[in-house]
Design a protein around this ligand. Sequence first.
Ligand code: GLY
Ligand code: MN
Ligand code: MN
Length: 538
Amino acid sequence: MYKSILTFLFALLFVWGMTPQDTPKDYLQADFHKQRRDEVRKLLPPNTAVVLFANAERNRANDVDYVYHQDPNFYYLTGYHEPNAVLVLFSEMQTDAFGNRFNEIIYVQERNAKAEQWTGKRLGVEGVKKELGFDMVFNGKEFENFPLDFSSFDVVSFVDFQNDYRDKSGNADLFDLIKKFKEKANYPSNYNPTRNQLYAMISAADNDNSGDLVETIEKALEQHPELKDDALLNDYVNAANDDLRTEVKNTVLVVQSESNLDSSILPRAMAQLREIKTPEEIKLLKKAVEISSVGQIEVMKAMHPNMSETEIQGVHEYVYKKYGAEYEGYPSIVGGGNNGCILHYIENNKTKVGNDLVLMDLGAEYHGYTADVTRTIPANGKFTPEQKAIYDIVYDAQEAGIKASVPGATFKGVHTASYQVVAKGLMDLGIIKDEKEAKIYFPHSTSHYLGLDVHDAGTYQAFKPSTVITVEPGIYIPEGSDCDKKWWGIAVRVEDDILITENGPVNLSTMAPRTTEAIEAMMKQPSPLDAFQLPALD
Ligand code: GLY
Ligand code: MN
Ligand code: MN
């Protein structure tokens, strides 16, 4: 009896041990990723194989790697978080030698008890079948036995390799997978994705758009010295008339027909899809943005002139973690005074922000989706007249930009709307004399797509509903600028995340105070951090 009770207790403990621990329940579901794969297929030419690799593991120093982050395209299409994997999608159903029918295969990291003891659980083949809903799943080492011949496809489309991955031990790491792919797909050692893209543009060109294309090729030749001797590109640029251009185009078509490799179709398809957010994606993005907005609120309450930039960063990031955001979507930017003039300042090492403005551009990443929210606040809680004058211009510029963020509008339209307000404001203050000079103090564009990447994938065509963009004008007046000294060291950026809808722009970060009045009022609120005292250390 005693023995059976003990057995029962052990069994109970074992079951407890097996019980899955509490983890978030609001991840994207396998159905989402499957549906995205179906959407990619619709954008592929007939008889195409798409080959997409997981992100590389990158080394920080010695035996420590950076925290692994999946390639956003790979995550979008699979939901798989681990490295050393390759997804192959087909535009049509395929049949292997055993009669299996399939339109996708994924090769993943093999399970390995020893490795998992050190670096955490792997899904493995069975886990990927069960959790991610794939049918054809193999260990990476099986990629060697890929059941089809890549040469039988009209197009083999991939995202070209960054060549920043290492050959680790074992025989199925990213290095080996890419090497196998190159062998199997006859990848030439001089493959150049830009040339591939330009050739694709030439073969699709007609005489009406040849002027624009010549300009594009000229720019590319300047930016890619390795292409400067490419005979066909030079012939196209130098062709004296349409007939000669057509001749070059025909030669390009012949050259293209000699290889089925393509690295422009897949990135274009991913941009088209990722630009338009599904309701599930909007939910996660909204959460990331709201978490980041609460971070801004808590910092407004906690801020005082003795704070360091690092400490301010820490408060934002603590709020992110408290809400379960796994990462920051990009290195946090906290710049006091003149440091705010460095657009992507990430040293964050000023020990006291004093009475300056503090520019805080930070975004929580929640289940892969990142926010990108900037607030600029006076460390002592009150804007000086000069700070307020600059701030109000940026605020008005942002209002104009947000108003312009509607379906059918463009990034250029949003930028122009904001730029004009900045230019007029700076002229009114006597800081510049000519509209064009506003570029000196507002040197970046106003908007970008937002999603799995902070600068997200998209087509950069006219806005469509369910797109999320940032609107982020700024004015930066570094010390030594050619204007009255009283403006020196003032840097203001205000950045909000905007959902474009048929009913007008929806500001997802509206929770974070934005007017000078609202910021000053929030900064008067008590902070729980006021009571958070730590012992002094040498
Ligand atoms: N945080 C980077 C940007 O605003 O684009
Ligand atoms: Mn941004
Ligand atoms: Mn930003």
